[in-house]
Design a protein around this ligand. Structure first.
Ligand code: ADP
Ligand code: ADP
Length: 230
């Protein structure tokens, strides 16, 4: 199957108050994310990117249409769908008094992975945080926290990693580091999907790009064809 298949996905948020219309955040979006690549979901603020990611994460319910993750329909088979994807949220949320090692061990426990089968060391090494394994999360730099979030999303060994605006508000050096890490994970076989509002990020990092605006798909193509169009 494709890594992700989105078919005619519609999301209508309820009216925020009396006299205000409901908000159509996704107006029937369809596309496939093939296995193995780095797929960019590009669009300005308010385009519907987070809504789409949150539907895949099981945090927001769709209004119409369907989404499949690794062949599992998120409505019919939510458990298998959820197990096939790791989500790196935009906001950084850790208990400040847990260490990176504990964050990963706790997440492994949450997924019911026996201690002997956990990959906390391997993951901390992969995100270059092994030497910080026993530091309190609150003492880590912003970049280290973002890398820890990526490791946390990989604890259950999902074949797909989804990052929501991974480099929003980060400096040039950290952006370069995160790009490198995404490439490393992809080289190990992980299908990566990321949202961004930076055209340059999508061009540099992604082999396919979907452009969405006002809840509609504008284009979905290999990066080299899109760049040729511009
Ligand atoms: P993006 O991630 O591309 O910035 P979002 O998916 O966050 O876009 O938002 C798409 C549209 O849906 C925006 O107009 C936004 O204001 C609206 N929206 C997002 N979340 C909610 C919500 N919980 N309730 C109502 N409207 C929402
Ligand atoms: P459930 O719906 O099974 O109770 P939650 O959505 O409440 O799970 O998530 C509980 C914990 O697991 C949180 O730390 C959350 O960030 C994490 N989590 C859940 N699903 C994923 C996922 N697909 N990728 C990464 N972390 C996840």
């Amino acid at each position: 199957p494709p890594a992700i298949r989105i078919d005619n996905l519609v999301k209508e948020y309820a009216s925020p108050g009396p006299g205000e219309p409901p908000k159509l955040a996704l107006k029937g979006v369809s596309f496939d994310v093939p296995q193995g690549g780095i797929f960019g979901l590009l669009g300005p603020n308010g385009a519907g990117k987070s809504t789409l990611i949150n539907i895949l994460a099981g945090l927001v319910t769709k209004t119409e249409g369907s989404a499949e993750i690794w062949g599992f329909d998120i409505g019919e088979n939510p458990r298998n769908a959820k197990r096939s994807i790791g989500i790196v949220p935009q906001e950084i949320v850790f208990d400040p008094f847990f260490t990176p090692f504990e964050v990963l061990e706790n997440q492994g426990g949450f997924y019911g992975i026996p201690k002997s089968e956990r990959r906390s060391e391997e993951l901390l090494r992969a995100v270059h945080l092994w030497d910080k394994r026993d530091a309190y999360a609150r003492t880590l730099s912003g970049g280290m926290k973002r890398r820890l979030l990526i490791a946390k999303a990989m604890v259950h060994s999902p074949p797909i990693l989804v990052l929501d605006e991974p480099t929003a508000g980060v400096d040039v050096e950290l952006r370069r580091q995160l790009w490198e890490l995404v490439n490393e994970l992809n080289a190990e076989g992980v299908t990566v999907v990321l949202t961004t509002h930076y055209l340059e990020e999508a061009e540099q990092l992604c082999d396919r790009i979907a452009i969405i605006n006002h809840g509609e798909l504008i284009a979905e193509k290999p990066t080299r064809e899109l760049v040729g169009m511009a």
